[in-house]
Design a binder for this molecule. Structure first.
Ligand code: AP5
Ligand code: MG
Length: 216
């Protein structure tokens, strides 16, 4: 299966994709996580991406499309988190999957109101090593600054500063909201309200995907 998780910054895509990958064995493909690893490694792509990411702008489509090609036909199935993020990326994904004879099985749109998104992002921290997300108020690591999952250092993302958050919301409306319309026009989008506890959101997400699978 190939499942696309769509939603604004802070909607919980990473939190839920990790859970879903753990419970299904599917590959979690987060373009944000891959890019942050490239930035940490100071690779050519990382050096290029950093300037865009720090201000909350998108990395150019051509770089992103080249970066994800190797992952999309993983036989375990793929959970796409943070990709596609522009209509150009969505069209490119369709073309690549068509060549491989594979469909997008389900698109899930996770919606959360803006005040809640801003609150979540202003209190988020992530592991520098494995990128597990935490919330410093509602879901902190057991030992301050240390990842429960791998023991790595838990820090605040540069793009969770207020100015970058505002720009990320604007960029989402301008460039990523049309991706939702792109998939809606094909009629294969499940809508979930991604508020409530992470456990309750996971239940809604599982139901949305389960019903999608049954109807496909
Ligand atoms: P990316 O890393 O994809 O960031 P994003 O889309 O802005 O999304 P976030 O990771 O901020 O939010 P999330 O939905 O994953 O929420 P999370 O689970 O962490 O992209 C970063 C940058 O990389 C982009 O700005 C761009 O520059 C570049 N980039 C990436 N992909 C690209 C692409 N395809 N094209 C071009 N450029 C690209 O949760 C957030 C917080 O909320 C956490 O603290 C969490 O603990 C908490 N939380 C989660 N669920 C709940 C809940 N139910 N209740 C309360 N709190 C919750
Ligand atoms: Mg994320």
């Amino acid at each position: 299966m190939r499942i696309v998780l769509l939603g604004p910054p802070g909607a919980g895509k990473g939190t839920q994709a990790r859970r879903l990958a753990d419970s299904t064995g599917m590959k979690h493909l987060s373009t944000g996580d891959i890019l942050r690893a490239e930035v940490a490694a100071k690779s050519e792509l990382g050096l290029l991406a950093k300037g865009f990411m720090d201000t909350g702008d998108l990395v150019p489509d051509s770089n992103i499309i080249a970066m994800i090609q190797q992952y999309i036909d993983d036989p375990a199935g793929v959970l796409l988190d943070g990709f596609p993020r522009t209509v150009v990326q969505a069209e490119s994904l369709d073309n690549s999957l068509e060549e491989a004879g594979l469909p997008v099985d389900k698109v899930v749109h996770m919606s959360v109101d803006t005040d809640e998104l801003v609150k979540r992002l202003s209190t988020r921290a992530i592991c520098k090593n494995c990128q597990t997300p935490y919330n410093l108020e509602s879901d902190p690591p057991a030992k301050a600054g240390v990842c429960d999952n791998c023991g790595g250092e838990v820090t605040v993302r540069d793009d969770d500063k207020p100015e970058a958050v505002l720009n990320r919301m604007k960029v989402y409306q301008e460039l990523t909201a049309p991706v939702l319309d792109y998939y809606k026009s094909r009629g294969d989008v499940a809508e979930i309200i991604a508020t409530g506890t992470p456990d309750s959101v996971f239940e809604k997400l599982s139901q949305a995907i389960g019903s999608g699978v049954a109807s496909n």
